[in-house]
Design a protein around this ligand. Structure first.
Ligand code: SF4
Length: 347
């Protein structure tokens, strides 16, 4: 476990295995409103994480107020990180959530440092900041205020409709700094959505959230990823998805094929064997051994299929210089606007 900081309690019998005496650990909480879930409250020494090494990402810094994610997507690339906590990458990732209860205060301190260069900070690149726990802990308002007050641009990527609670705050923040908001929506067949993202809001609820954010003035991006081979990659499925995204008022779409890192691959293949055993051998061919990415040929084939449809629905991810703002909140600060498509990070 990587937390460091001040220890408050002596020990906790329900603590994560091996964490009973760790510094930074506060307490373990279960509550009837969140049946089946356990929250592990910790004090984080730092809030800002530097993206290591040379990165293709359009940001150098991230904040993750939670570890684990109750949205429980079976394809989630972050699952493997839960094993660092002596927890499994499966059900534990979905239900044992580590909460950095002091994240906003720690962030304020870090942003006050003279060395801070106000680079863009990304939220939602590892686990979802608007997952269910956020309804209880309300960490995001403090984070948003701290970033805006310090003059730090930021982006938020989420599947959580809870972001609607913070729209007034995001609008206010966007009068000070560039703010990008993106919704992750990739399953447009509700029964598939329910099976593969069992803890996440429905597709329609997320599209309604796109509309609410768009009405508030944001140029909302939609991450249409992961696209699942043989499940969501037909012309009909992609065209239907893009039509609904466009109707919801999204500004642009970023797409990507399923990515299966080592930590998530067994979990995903187990899901596939239960729900679509007929596709197992095909997926094993596409993602053999330790391969995380779909083969180049498949990705090229997918690009030929998706890109014209994205253009058809006027949902291209362009640089801010290429497209006039539609009353965008992201254009209020220097360097604001729709950024070039980042390399897929969530999947
Ligand atoms: S993919 Fe995103 S929303 Fe889904 S479980 Fe992972 S972090 Fe949560």
């Amino acid at each position: 476990m990587r937390w460091h900081g001040q220890r408050i309690d002596e020990t906790d019998a329900q603590a994560l295995p091996g964490m009973e005496n760790r510094t930074g650990f506060l307490r373990t909480v279960t509550t009837p409103e969140f049946a089946g879930m356990t929250f592990h409250e910790v004090l984080a020494k730092s809030a800002l994480n530097h993206v290591p090494g040379p990165s293709k990402m359009p940001f150098d810094w991230t904040i993750n107020p939670y570890r684990g994610c109750s949205h429980a997507c079976f394809y989630c690339f972050a699952r493997g990180t839960h094993t660092y906590l002596d927890l499994d990458a499966g059900h534990d990732f979905d239900s044992q959530i580590v909460v950095k209860v002091n994240v906003a205060e720690t962030l304020e301190t870090e942003l006050r440092r003279g060395s801070w260069r106000h680079e863009t900070v990304a939220l939602g690149t590892n686990t979802d900041p608007y997952q269910r726990a956020e309804g209880r802990y309300r960490l995001m308002p403090g984070i948003i205020r701290a970033l805006a007050d310090s003059g730090t641009p930021f982006s938020v990527l989420t599947k959580g409709t809870l972001i609607r609670r913070d729209i007034p705050l995001l609008v206010e923040a966007a009068t000070h700094v560039p703010v990008d908001v993106q919704l992750s929506i990739a399953m447009f067949d509700e029964s598939l959505r329910e099976a593969i993202e069992p803890g996440a809001p429905s597709t329609q609820a997320r599209l309604d959230t796109v509309r609410a954010l768009s009405d508030a003035g944001f140029r909302v991006g939609v991450f249409l990823m992961p696209i699942l081979p043989h499940l969501t990659d037909s012309v009909g499925a992609i065209d239907g998805a893009l039509r609904r995204i466009a109707e919801a008022g999204a500004d642009h779409v970023i797409y990507g094929a399923l990515h299966l890192r080592a930590g998530v691959k067994p979990w995903f293949l187990q899901w596939l064997s239960e729900h679509r055993p007929d596709l197992l051998s095909s997926y094993r061919e596409l993602y053999p051994g330790t391969a995380a990415e779909a083969p180049k040929d498949y990705r090229k084939w997918l690009a030929r299929r998706v890109r014209p449809l994205i253009r058809l629905h006027s949902l291209e991810a362009l640089h801010s210089d290429d497209r006039p703002a539609r009353g965008s909140r992201t254009t209020t600060g220097a360097g604001a606007g729709v950024r070039q498509a980042p390399v897929p990070t969530l999947f």
